[in-house]
Design a protein around this ligand. Sequence first.
Ligand code: CA
Length: 655
Amino acid sequence: MNDIYSSQSFEGAFTYTGKDLGARYTLAKTVFRLWAPAADAVFVNLYATGSDEEKGTANLGHHAMQKDVNGTWIAVVEGDLKNLYYTYSVTRKGVTVEACDPYAKATGINGDRAMIVELDGTDPEGWENDSFTPVENFPDAVIWELHVRDFSIDASSGISQANRGKYLAFTEKGTVNSHGQATGIDYIKALGVNYVHLLPVYDIASVDEIKGGYNWGYDPKNYNVPEGSYATNAYDGNVRIREFKQMVKALHDENIGVIMDVVYNHVADAETFCFNKIVPGYFSRIHADGSYQANSDCGNDTASERTMVRKYIVDSILHWVQEYHIDGFRWDLVGLIDYETINAVMAAVHAVNPNVVFYGEGWEMCSWTTKDGYVDKMTIQNNADKVENFAFFNDTLRDLLKGSVFDNTEPGYVSGMAMNESDKTRLEESFLGQSHWGSANSLCPSPAQTVNYASCHDNNTLFDRIVLAAPNASYADQVKMNNLAAAFYLTSQGIPFIHAGEEMLRTKPDGKGGFDHNSYSSGDAVNSIKWDSLSDAAVMDTVEYYKGLMAFRKAHPALRMTSAAEVSANVIPMKTGDDYVLAFHILGGNGEISDGLFIAFNAKKEAAAVTLPEGKWEVHVNAENAGTTVLKVAEGTVTVDAIGAVMLVKTVKDA
Ligand code: CA
């Protein structure tokens, strides 16, 4: 079956390029178009509600669809169908299945039936004036990775009870924790990040929208519809759309961009996914024996290389950009998606909005890719040069800083790793945005293609990981280790990325004396942001330190270069004679007005002295303080605090 789909004769006969798949509503009629090349008959079914289990349920009959061009079926239903729900019944070889519309723009409860929506009617007040000023270059971004429910579900968020865990939590200003400290969107604004990256917010399968529940959401059900459990009403398909837009607008009103985590590499369940019900197995890669290829570890991999899957992904992303004003996309396991598809997506999106950013997990996922020749076509780190403008998570830097994610007690640079010259070189390369990465150990081609980070939703939180690697260190030293990691990746060339709450020393205790390293379904107690933790002095000092590092980064364009050539010409690793002490002289570059920067890191438990280039230097960052004010002036040598960083700005020459 899969071989037939990929054949030239099938592609030639059944490639539909129109923009009208799905339901197109007008007051007088609604036009339905479905791609179902293998079907013998198709009907569109109309319902009053999204399920049979709610008030007002009624079956409103069905309408036969007519075979049209390129494997599509079409039906024109007269009358005002606004807010009615629908499905398709597809008959093939005598068997009929009922399925939601893959192109559904709205659904009812739990995403089982599509809804006929008038999208303009879902726009919140002021949506026509919604605007966000994007960064000029991707390295100007600072990304904060957040789960919608984690953000506000804990009572300490100060968010109103009705909006806790919901999209609307982002619309509440002036919220405080029980100590009167700012929380919610005010906190994000004050932190200084300029993009919020949201874990999956498309319709997910794992959370029952009636009963509620917790999941990260890496289990897509309807790609073009917001998740219902984050809406105040998941039954009426309009509500989740309107409230999602309110969230976007609230963030844009603070000039914070919104990035969506998208999971096109697999679906929640390949057998029941609507696209596969309508066109059996088309959406998925299937072995010759009929079993689903599952290199995602999620039961099925998406056949992104097929024309109508590629089109589907392009159309889906465009929908989020145009209808919801989304500013960026983080691609889950993008190493399973071919780069022709990624380039098609970026070309289509950038024609509409050239400032939308793209990045993802470019791990090489599987041996079969090599065997089947796919590896050369996939969006992996080794192929970074094939996807200009697409950035990749930098696991080389991540693991060097805190230790491997596959051995959670192995120390990294900040937590007591035994350093050698090779480790030091790899760290220096990473600071320059020139990491060696991927299975071919290739070189990251541009600082605009490396996402620099120490932690994310996966694996242990940074602070938990440090405690596991350095259990005998004092709490104060563990905090210093955390801040040394932050100082490193927040000033490295590339795009910095912060796991929300990392700056609050976020922890995920497992209740058994250890830490939860995979909390995707562990519930609120483990996952929620505990806003009252801000009352701890060490936590608040850490938040302030991160703020200061971001302010320092923002003040110096030389930390945000956009090409490897510019970095190589301007960022000079200095000899320190010590594998634990790294130092860099950063010349002007990229419009920098100062005569340069000097940045040094010291992972040892004792302070270190480092020789400065000639002239007077202002210290703006040390192990305790970070920002843009002068802490002291140094000349000749500078002291790098124990387990700490120092960052200096060359005093502008005397006239
Ligand atoms: Ca859902």
